[in-house]
Write a protein that binds this ligand. Sequence first.
Ligand code: ATP
Ligand code: MG
Length: 460
Amino acid sequence: MIRRLIDKVFARKTRPRPAGLGVAAMRYQRAQHQIERSELSDAAIRCCEQLQKAGHKAFIVGGAVRDLLLGRHPKDFDVATDATPEQVRSLFRRSRIIGRRFRLVHVMFGQETIEVSTFRSAHVASSDEESANTDEHGRLLRDNVYGTQADDAIRRDFTMNALFYDPSAEEIWDFTNGFKDIQKKRVVIIGDPEARYREDPVRMLRAARLAGKLGFSIDAETERPIAALKSLLANVPEARLFDEMLKLLLSGHALACIEKLRGLGLHAPLLPSIEEVLGAPRSRAFATLALQRTDERINDDRGVSPAFLFAALFWFPMCERAKELEARGERPLTALHRAMDEVLDEQRKSLAIPRRFDGNIKELWVAQSRFTQQSRAKAFRLLTHPRFRACYDFYALRAEAGDASPEVAAWWEKFQFADDGVREAMLLPDSGPKKRRRRRKKTAAPTGGVPPAADAEPES
Ligand code: ATP
Ligand code: MG
């Protein structure tokens, strides 16, 4: 009895990774899963049906099945099959094989593309082969071996992502207990958690993102090794890390995801300054608002710019740095430029924000002081800035968070949409002496915490 109890507890603790071969699937019928065929993409149904007609197995897999069970509209539909990429290619006229390491087929149906992958295995091999497949930390370097449907289930990351839906039979196949975990709203990693994070440390980030996005809790066993293993993220190629972070920030639930990252202690290695930003009330209010607005825009299908979000997340650290440099005697404009470079370089050490975003981030930062230092001519010049709207939105967001003047934001809101007559009336005429005085005035560094003069209109 006691032995059985110990075995049970031990088995629960380690959740040994099942071998694909011989793992039986639970099957759930329509009455249990209640997925409506009308919720599926026609392209995914046609793709599965055509593969099945040719004698192959074909299922909708991964995030789409999870989202359908949760009553959410899937972002995209992926299909998994036992057909090889060549066999898939030969069945669909409008298709092409992509990828070198693991080949997938993109099948086009009108505007929609379905990604079709052949069942593959995580390739648990002999110890020699195993070490050739992993780096010195256990990170999986190759997972490009075909396998059975069960192999394909257990090589996936979380149980909720390992379900197969057959649209013809309207049946779900579940090899990992994902169906029940979705009902219980919990993120459970497949197999031994530590080994799975070592194979691919990005799974730690995915746990935070999916928990934040879906409002799930992270299973205790799934969470436990993360604290000790988070440093492994440093071995992940920078571009992949950045892509995952971007997915997280643009998930429509960025705020919840960042809170999950903090809960897991993963924010510090990825966004080192975020702790400082979220720790102080003013910067926290601004960053939170920026993340909220981003979430709203994504959920309304409006575009968002990663540069805008990064500019918002690092605005306060940048202003602080500029102030420090000014206090050490740097001229305001030099201080601003040095602070921008330093903050972005600092961030690049961990997250590696690609340099292509730098221009847009800096543009938003530099433009901020122009909203309060206006002559008549400067007001019109600012309006013609190619990214005026983004710069203005940034200023308005600062105003909303108490970091800039709401009156100035309101003035610009009116000015940008006003006709010529109204604009002229809004501006006091330029005058010579004032202009001369302004030229002698020092350019102010961004305030970042010190609200600009609350004059309702830019100076003329
Ligand atoms: P989203 O809805 O945000 O796209 P997703 O679960 O579909 O979430 P994808 O990145 O599109 O995420 O991945 C598709 C599927 O591939 C996942 O559902 C999962 O089964 C598998 N997968 C993705 N990343 C990993 C990984 N790092 N390790 C194992 N399996 C993974
Ligand atoms: Mg997906």
